[in-house]
Design a protein around this ligand. Structure first.
Ligand SMILES: Cc1cc2nc3c(=O)[nH]c(=O)nc-3n(C[C@H](O)[C@H](O)[C@H](O)COP(=O)(O)O)c2cc1C
Length: 288
């Protein structure tokens, strides 16, 4: 069960999806038992941005058959708030820390990476590239050229592993994965949520305060499996697979499709111990 990601030793191959497990709130709810029985083998922070963000207006969630649409809008304390308030608490977790960052320009990404990578508590960074680059108007994760040029810039700033989180909202995510590798990425993670929306049955109006959102959960698992397989076929760097993983069988399928490590997102809202359960189920399957 022991594995590694970009040279970071992991006691099992199950980590969390960014934004889907608030370790600080969970520790408040479950006490130090959360630390001694931490469900994931590494912890990925929710995405932080240069400045604080309030996120989208409510309502922010909508359930679909087998899925969840969220329109959270990346609320966070901003870089300085994160470094001052959250990083010391997250550094107490018994697992390596991966910090997710998102900027809207190369300069913003460079500032985030420079500051975060310089902290010894941080083992790796995940780059959330689902946002437009204000300089080009293009969403970095939707354009191979954007992804490569961003990575070429960031690669010069740190030797710490850079993991690029890919969006599924493109016709060919594998080409973005390949471009990220060419730019110097150490790993790719996929999938982020699928663009979607919901209608309020009472009013016929859009339900979500942010109007559109991202679909996750079992509803997206087969899409994720297909995209993970396509990405893994064209890169030699490790692939972190996520999208609807809810059991050891789902994790095993992603590993069969070429993933090194899997991440659990939406399932942790239903079962906060999902990470350990899925790791145990996976171990039983592979050792049977
Ligand atoms: C409520 C919620 C918040 C999320 N926040 C983030 C985030 O801050 N950064 C990010 O890269 N992905 C975020 N995601 C996407 C997940 O990390 C994951 O890529 C996606 O949900 C697919 O996995 P799942 O089906 O297991 O949830 C979020 C997903 C949900 C449901």
């Amino acid at each position: 069960m022991v594995t590694e990601l970009c040279g970071i030793p992991l006691r099992h191959p199950v980590i969390n999806g960014s934004g889907c497990f608030d370790a600080i709130a969970a520790r408040r709810a479950f006490g130090d038992q959360l630390v001694s029985e931490f469900p994931f083998s590494a912890y990925v922070s929710k995405t932080i941005t240069p400045e604080p963000r309030a996120g989208n207006p409510p309502p922010r969630l909508w359930e679909t058959p087998s899925g969840l649409i969220n329109s959270i809008g990346l609320p966070n304390k901003g870089l300085q708030g994160f470094l001052a308030e959250d990083l010391p608490e997250l550094a107490e977790l018994p697992v390596p820390l991966i910090v997710s960052v998102m900027g809207t320009s190369h300069d913003q990404f460079a500032d985030l990476v420079g500051e975060v990578a310089g902290r010894e508590e941080v083992s790796a960074l995940e780059l959330n590239v689902s946002c437009p680059n204000v300089e080009s108007g293009l969403i970095v994760g939707e354009s191979p050229e954007e992804a490569r040029s961003l990575l070429e810039r960031l690669r010069l700033l740190t030797e710490k592993p850079l993991i690029v989180k890919l969006t599924p909202n493109v016709s060919d995510p594998a080409s973005v994965a390949a471009a990220a590798e060419q730019g110097g990425a150490d790993a790719v993670s996929l999938i982020n949520t699928l663009r979607s929306t919901a209608i309020d049955p009472a009013s016929g109006e859009l339900w979500l305060g942010g109007e559109t959102g991202g679909l996750s959960g079992p509803a997206v698992r087969a899409v994720a499996l297909g995209q993970v397989r396509a990405a893994a076929a064209v890169v030699s760097i490790p692939v972190v697979a996520m999208g609807g993983i809810a059991s050891g069988r789902d994790a095993a399928d992603m590993i069969s499709a070429g993933a090194r490590v899997v991440a659990v997102g939406t399932e942790s809202f239903r079962d906060p111990a999902a990470g350990s359960r899925i790791a145990a189920e996976f171990e039983t399957l592979v050792t049977a």
